[in-house]
Design a protein around this ligand. Structure first.
Ligand SMILES: [Ca+2]
Length: 494
């Protein structure tokens, strides 16, 4: 798929990483052709909320404008098959922070904060212990115990929505997206010279303001800098827009939160047009902040040694299948954008699209690997660094465990396997001890996952095989569904 690195270049890089790990990161010198090993890279991680993979200019979207994210793709690697393993804000963020699948971290399926043992192997903890200055700004949506938080972050500033616009000291209002940009720039300005940083900006955008159903600026409030953008443009309808697609679903999905929220934002032509424009303004607002941050990196001479990552916490139904939200096994729910731009990489590794399956739980191991540190053994994710360096490991995954254990009363718990040729999911509609409702899709002939062929006799062997793979992956990650306790959130409506 990719040309290989020259052996000499690879060896030099490995030696440099080894030397920098031995010498201690805090003592590392900035890069500069002085014969010293290159400094470990800084990391800037831009993390969006509720964004599917296709809503980027570089992914070919016909409307949305994301010039700064597109520049990252031009200078880095875009993973066009990037997925979350569980598609909801808090569970997905717990996967990100821990580098583990939901089945392993079980955040919020049992009471208490995020598992302290898994916090200790978070990329933040590992990099901070190695001399990085670490920061997390914005939406957390994961409860981290105070003790663990101090080992993870030097700088921690939370920022929520509801409302998106915050009143400033002078009485004006400022959108949280812009405030987060301000905070990111402050972090960079305070960065000591010669010390690497790992900074994550977790945006509330493009999450809807659930409590405000007024189309446009009520439901998807955008920063003022985006006023008027897309105003005269007609928003294309979703590709899976046929009412028959919705009708073909089983009752439990037809009556799910996905359908309830469809009526919040996508059900009439006017509401759809207004909300899509607003949603894209929010997204372009994040892109605008990325531009501000890159300018600041350049101003401080940090750009050339900073790896920039762009991703999101889950996919999103923009009216597809008659649905809104996320949570389910379909690709609209699981696919996320993922771009990693390493300015130190050779020019031939710029503008590359990788087709291997990448997971949100891979990002922790990737960041730790970028810092030249050893991979924690308890991560279920795997470093993407070989793929970034143009290699194609022969044993790269061709399937992964996907699941939703979070809110059984609103969307039934489910578990499944998303492979390259088949996708399988079983929903425990009547509880973990009753037979589940199964989905099987043949992705070779039905990439849009429109036909559920689980009950077709000619697919019996494929169904049996996918059930078996699901059991095997679950055994590798944690306990079977029947042994997972009831979520504390299950008794109340989300
Ligand atoms: Ca989300």
């Amino acid at each position: 798929m990719m040309a290989r690195l020259r052996p000499l270049s690879l060896m030099s890089r490995a030696l440099a990483i080894l030397l920098s790990a031995c010498s201690g990161l805090a003592a590392a010198k900035p890069p500069g052709g002085n014969g010293l090993p290159p400094a470990p890279p800084s990391i800037l991680f831009i993390f969006a909320d509720d964004q599917r993979n296709h809503t980027l200019g570089c992914a070919g979207h016909p409307v949305v404008k994301t010039p700064n994210i597109d520049l990252l793709a031009d200078r880095g690697v875009r993973f066009e098959n990037a997925f979350v393993t569980t598609s909801t804000c808090w569970a997905s963020r717990a996967c990100l922070f821990t580098g583990c699948s939901e089945r392993r971290h079980l955040y919020r399926t049992s009471p208490g904060p995020l598992n302290p043992d898994l916090c200790r192997t978070s990329y933040f903890t590992r990099l901070k212990a190695a001399g990085y200055r670490t920061g997390h700004l914005g939406k957390e949506h994961v409860s981290i115990a105070a003790k663990e938080a101090t080992t993870m972050w030097d700088v921690r500033r939370k920022l929520g929505r509801n409302p998106y616009f915050k009143i400033q000291a002078d009485g004006s209002t400022r959108h949280t997206t812009q405030i987060l940009g301000d905070w990111g720039i402050e972090f960079l300005k305070e960065q000591p010279r010669g010390k690497p940083f790992c900074l994550q900006l977790s945006f509330n955008a493009t999450h809807a303001e659930d409590r405000d159903k007024r189309p446009g600026s009520g439901h998807f409030p955008w920063p003022k800098v985006m006023n008027g953008k897309y105003e005269d443009q007609k928003m294309p309808l979703p590709s899976l827009n046929d009412a028959a697609i919705y009708e073909a679903h089983p009752e439990f999905l037809k009556k799910s939160l996905n359908r309830e929220r469809f009526f919040w934002r996508w059900d009439t032509a006017e509401k759809y047009q207004t909300n899509m424009r607003a949603y894209f303004r929010m997204l372009s607002g994040i892109d605008h902040v990325l531009g501000r941050l890159v300018n600041q990196l350049r101003k401080q001479g940090l750009y050339e040694n900073t790896v920039i990552i762009y991703s999101a916490d889950n996919g999103y139904y923009l009216g597809d299948r008659g649905f809104a939200g996320k949570w389910t096994h379909y690709d609209e729910s699981l696919r996320i954008p993922l771009i990693i731009a390493d300015p130190r990489a050779a020019r031939r590794l710029h503008g590359v699209i990788r087709r291997e399956m990448a997971l949100n739980s891979d990002l922790g191991a990737t960041i730790i690997d970028l810092a030249g540190l050893p991979a924690p053994v308890n991560h279920t994710g795997r470093s993407l660094l070989p793929l970034l360096r143009g290699k194609a490991p022969g044993d790269w995954r061709s399937e992964f465990l996907c699941e939703f254990l979070a809110v059984p009363r609103t969307i039934p718990r489910w578990e499944g396997v998303r492979g390259t040729d088949w996708s399988y999911a079983r929903y425990f509609v009547d509880g973990p001890d009753k037979p589940p409702f199964e989905f099987l899709h043949d992705l070779k002939t039905d990439p849009a996952q429109l036909a559920n062929i689980a009950l077709n006799k000619e697919n019996a062997s494929a169904l049996k095989r996918m059930r078996g793979r699901c059991d095997q992956l679950i055994a590798r990650h944690g306990s079977p569904m029947q042994e997972i306790g009831e979520s504390p959130r299950s008794k109340k409506k989300k």
